[in-house]
Design a protein around this ligand. Structure first.
Ligand SMILES: Cc1cc2nc3c(=O)[nH]c(=O)nc-3n(C[C@H](O)[C@H](O)[C@H](O)COP(=O)(O)OP(=O)(O)OC[C@H]3O[C@@H](n4cnc5c(N)ncnc54)[C@H](O)[C@@H]3O)c2cc1C
Length: 401
């Protein structure tokens, strides 16, 4: 059984290892001059490769049921697989990293296993065309080959500098698949106002509520990075895919920030709390009182946007206005970061077009898909690599049966 795996990224390398172990004769074709180029960038170079909390709400797909079925079946096999190829890891609040804290360790354990198994790896070779007759005829910039089975592990079009430039979608389409609309995800949020320079550089914990057409549709909590264009950071990244889809459908998207996540009571109770504080801090301005729990740049922005003077006493300002800004500061979204800046893509080959047990195409027998080219994406926290490993394991084990 001659198998071609297109792409030596996360999912392709795992699929190739498993398929060769199961007796297939595997070739990998990779357009980069090395394997695992994107993996090296993950987790800020540390590679957050897994999450102990396999909460399925962290994964997204138009075919939710099928996605859940796929992840459930192999999720317990991911860590044993990495153990079997020599990786030692650590668990930091459920986020898994290689113990070395370096993504290159993950790349290398995969690379050494590929070498030990004598899998043929063609680097700096780009697949341009796939045709299916009896066998698959695959054309590259260097030649033409025949294979019994083909795995498309070409990634999405996020971060194209690492090789995944969207070509996989084109090849899948030419072979008869449809593609669920693609959006950039896990990327920054650009606001529509022009005051963002005033809070640039601040990092502060907040609760973010995504409001689409006036209706709250998702909430995230964590550290927000305030930037000169809007906001960034993990919790805002996790909203970006939904926002990209909403904006594309001409919906109004607003991210409302609760800048005092530590206060759990109602607005009335918060007012009472601040009344008490102002009695304790009798000769303080209200700006000074707020600086006890909020970065001074954010305090300035709050007062400016509320049209109030921070040098006044607490008793002399419009308390409701300030409390509203502190607990639901609105950012009207203009756009999200583009594919160059996104970590992943939402959308891709629909799961209903593949068999959930093997990830084999229902349209072209012998054709398989793994990883991000499929319509599955995850939140930050190791879920995207999680799906890459799970799908690679499934295909690698099924392809030679
Ligand atoms: C900056 C950044 C940080 C990230 N951090 C994390 C993280 O910490 N945790 C996490 O879970 N996820 C993270 N991700 C997401 C994760 O890296 C991807 O979801 C994952 O790599 C997808 O795996 P894949 O196998 O589908 O595709 P890829 O890893 O993208 O691999 C696809 C491969 O196919 C090759 N290829 C494409 N077209 C061709 C062609 N025509 N011919 C030959 N080869 C081709 C590409 O060169 C590439 O090597 C991050 C992503 C980025 C960009």
């Amino acid at each position: 059984m001659k198998v071609l795996v297109i792409g030596a990224g996360a999912s392709g390398m795992v699929a190739a290892i498993k398929a060769q172990e199961n007796g297939a004769e595997v070739t990998i074709i990779e357009k980069n001059n090395k394997v695992g180029k994107k993996l090296l960038l993950t987790g800020n170079g540390r590679c957050n490769f897994w999450n102990a909390n396999q909460d399925l709400t962290k994964y997204h797909s138009q075919d939710r049921d099928i996605m859940e079925e796929i992840i459930e079946v192999r999720k317990d096999d991911v860590l044993p697989f990495f153990k079997s190829i020599g990786l030692v890891w650590k668990n930091v609040n459920d986020y898994y990293y290689p113990f070395s804290n370096q993504a290159v360790s993950v790349v290398n354990v995969l690379k050494w296993k590929i070498e030990k198994l004598n899998i043929a790896v063609h680097l700096e070779e780009e697949v341009l065309k796939i045709e299916k007759n009896q066998k698959f005829r695959v054309e590259t910039n260097k030649g033409s080959y025949l294979f019994d089975k083909v795995v498309i592990a070409m990634g999405s079009k996020a971060n194209p500098f690492t090789g995944s430039d969207g070509k996989g979608y084109e090849l899948a389409k030419k072979l008869g698949h449809t593609i669920n609309k693609i959006y950039p995800s896990l990327t920054m949020i650009y606001g529509a106002d022009n005051f963002y320079k005033d809070w640039e550089g601040v990092r502060s914990e907040a609760i973010l509520t995504l409001i689409e057409e006036g209706k709250a549709i998702k909430e995230e909590q964590g550290e927000v990075q305030f930037t000169n264009y809007g906001i960034s950071g993990i919790c805002s990244f996790n909203l970006s895919g939904l926002i990209a889809g909403g904006l594309d459908n001409k919906k109004e998207e607003v991210v409302s920030l609760n800048l005092v996540p530590w206060f759990k009571g109602s607005n009335q109770e918060f007012k009472e709390y601040l009344d008490e504080q102002s009695k304790e801090l009798a000769n303080y301005t209200c700006g000074e009182i707020l600086e006890g729990f909020l970065n001074y740049k954010l305090v300035k922005v709050i007062f400016k946007r509320a049209g109030l003077n921070s040098n006044k006493n607490w008793e002399d300002i419009n308390k409701d206005k300030i409390i509203a800004k502190l607990r639901s500061f609105p950012i009207k979204v203009q756009k999200v970061g583009d594919y160059e800046k996104a970590q992943v893509c939402r959308g891709g080959v629909p799961l209903r077009e593949i068999s959930p047990k093997t990830l084999e195409s229902k349209i072209v027998p012998g054709l398989y898909f793994t990883g991000e080219i499929l319509d599955v994406d995850g939140d930050c926290g190791g879920y995207n690599l999680g799906f890459a490993w799970v799908s690679g394991l499934i295909v690698g084990e099924a392809i030679n049966d």
